[in-house]
Design a protein around this ligand. Structure first.
Ligand code: UDP
Length: 241
């Protein structure tokens, strides 16, 4: 039985980092139908309030990880069980270690042209044993959809990392879930930029204090408007029964 906690109707799995990895390994080893994994932050939870399609997609996921600190703060305010932040990029790191140990293959779809290729090269040298099945940038038109699906299915990766940003990646995975020939598809946003070395993660101190968003704000001040959603999210959560 899945243990989940609802935050404004979006159900998050109550798992710590180890349990999240266990689940992902199970999905890959099972290798049956495609498993869909998302890491929504407060911005996406808020979007899902009005976007019924996104709400449905999140509710049909096989694993929903609480990436954003805002989700954890909300949970703590209500004394709910969801206490562990499990970030997409940390989970990707752990999954890549497992892929390296077991010789599993990955495909990275997303990022600006050239970025996924650099990310894959870095992953190959950083995580010995990981098989790079392929990569493709994320700036495609509707006409390119079949080509990218054929490319992925042609190499049958064990794990497909979709890095189109949210909610584009969640919608893309959902739209193509019946056509994708892989065990696990995970939406991991800007992780491709981190692995390619074009985006830096916040220093450990910021991560530990749950202030990665603040570091990102300092680096990318144009995100300020988007980040105003966090107080709105908390207020809505507090006033909603
Ligand atoms: N991206 C993409 N195709 C698009 C839009 C965005 O591949 O049509 C990529 C973008 O280049 C970046 C990633 O999606 O590498 C995630 O961007 P962002 O950091 O804004 O998303 P977040 O991690 O905040 O969801």
């Amino acid at each position: 039985m899945r243990k989940q906690e609802s935050i404004l109707g979006v159900k998050f799995d109550i798992v710590n980092e180890d349990e999240a990895l266990e689940k992902l390994v199970e999905f890959v080893e099972e290798g049956s139908s495609l498993k869909k994994v998302y890491t929504p932050n407060p911005e996406i939870v808020m979007l899902a309030q009005d976007d019924k399609e996104l709400f449905r997609i999140l509710s049909e996921a096989d694993l929903v990880l609480a990436d954003g600190i805002g989700v954890i703060i909300a949970s703590k305010i209500r004394g709910l069980e969801l206490k562990n932040r499990v970030t997409g990029v940390d989970t990707m790191d752990r999954l890549l270690k497992y892929c390296g140990q077991t010789g599993k293959s990955i495909f990275i779809f997303g990022g600006k042209p050239g970025i996924a290729e650099i990310a894959c090269k870095n992953i190959e040298s950083q995580y010995k044993g990981v098989k790079i099945a392929g990569y493709h940038h994320g700036y495609i038109t509707d006409n390119d959809q079949d080509e990218i699906i054929n490319k992925i299915n042609g190499v049958k990766p064990d794990v497909l990392f979709v890095c189109l940003g949210a909610p584009k990646q969640e919608k893309w995975i959902d739209k193509n879930k019946d056509r994708l020939n892989c065990s696990l598809a995970m939406g991991v946003g800007g992780s491709v930029d981190v692995y390619a070395g074009v985006a830096k993660r916040a220093p450990i101190a910021f991560q530990k204090l749950g202030l990665e968003w603040f570091y990102r704000l300092l680096k990318e001040p144009w995100r300020f408007k988007r980040m105003l959603i966090l107080p709105k999210f908390l207020i809505k959560f507090i006033v909603t029964k």
